[in-house]
Design a protein around this ligand. Sequence first.
Ligand code: ATP
Ligand code: MG
Length: 443
Amino acid sequence: MRLSRYFLPVLKENPAEAQIVSHRLMLRAGMIKQSAAGIYSWLPLGLKVLKNIENIIHDEQEKAGHLAILMPTIQSADLWRESGRYEDYGEEMLRFKDRHDRDMLFTPTAEELITDIFRGHVNSYKDLPLTMYQIQWKFRDERRPRFGVMRGREFYMKDGYNFDLTKEDALHAYNRHLVSYLRSYERMGLQAIPMRADSGPIGGEDTHEFLVLAETGESEVFYDKAVTELKFGDRDIDFNNIQQCQSIMEEFTDKYARTDETHDEVAFEKVPEERRQVARGIEVGQIFYFGTKYSEAMGAMVQDSEGQTVPVHMGSHGIGVSRLVGAIIEASHDDKGIIWPEGVTPYHCGIINLKQGDEEADSACESLYQRLGAAGLEPLYDDRKERAGGKFATMDLIGLPWRITVGPRGLKNGVVELTNRRTGESDEMSPEAAIKKLVEQYS
Ligand code: ATP
Ligand code: MG
């Protein structure tokens, strides 16, 4: 992409309405624009990051054997009356009528609709296990929308639902989700710690939330410092292997880590004092096992191998896709701007032409731009007739992990400068070497 043809409405001043750094930087970097309280348009740069996060989640869900579907955002109230949640959900649910005076709502989550799909088509244990998920917009009429996309009213969420014959199978689905979520967050350059949580209005027995530690987090969390040292890394995983998924689940959840809702001071005090941590966290996901709550209420039954009709065991599993954009920035920025982890960066590197209009500099940049593209990378080329200082400031603000700086002086010696956004380290090298290093970096 050439910056001269892009739509990147960066702001010089800090927007007064933004209280936390991720909100400030998303507005300043021209990623989003508010259209109403808690409702945002995603501009080109913001949408690219959102889609990168979405793609990682799709990829990991597919690897776990879960099937992508897409359900509507607008639903009929009737289904929600069957489960009893139409009344229970409260004011967070946006309700309205269609022209025939039928009660409709904008989906805040989709247990009812997916259960309806299931009961319409599945009636034998032979079709189980089954896990389906979607990445779709949700609406919750939050009392206090704030912090930009972190607590929006309209937000993008991955929601998945498992249907299993037995509790054990459903617990395997739970563990599979835990593993696939750990892998997803790590690919986004994030550490999200599973913590025992409260199930809230969805109801259920087992639930963990995934929290990213950050001072601006809305949840108070209590944990054994040892949990921050766990890494999923690139270990091999077979999602069908019940034992393997369970032992990873145990590895990541047996140390003390809880949100304030489930915090137990007596249990916490058993953690050695030097490892006891109290901090704040951002909830970026949650997994639930809730048994037969919805299947019984809505008649999602199958015949088991003995011909008995039994309700299926279910769970639901969510990731806050749009919230993650903010959470990643909270975890990765400095006073100049965002620092994107390589897994989610909107462009792989920036190219800065220090002397736009200089024949040699222009053609060196053009050649770099073409060759990076041919190597499978997406560069963002600042080809505007701007002062170098302004170009550097924009590049630092939007946070691409790598920058190649091209100027007449370096070109005389056959070199460009490759700079790492996170460390600030710069190295002079030939354009070929810079391309090679970037290709290696992203492979
Ligand atoms: P919270 O406690 O933050 O209100 P929740 O527990 O009600 O969230 P879930 O039903 O677990 O939310 O939804 C799954 C994920 O969707 C959450 O883990 C969170 O990352 C994200 N999410 C929930 N509400 C919002 C919101 N208002 N804006 C942005 N993301 C949200
Ligand atoms: Mg939650």
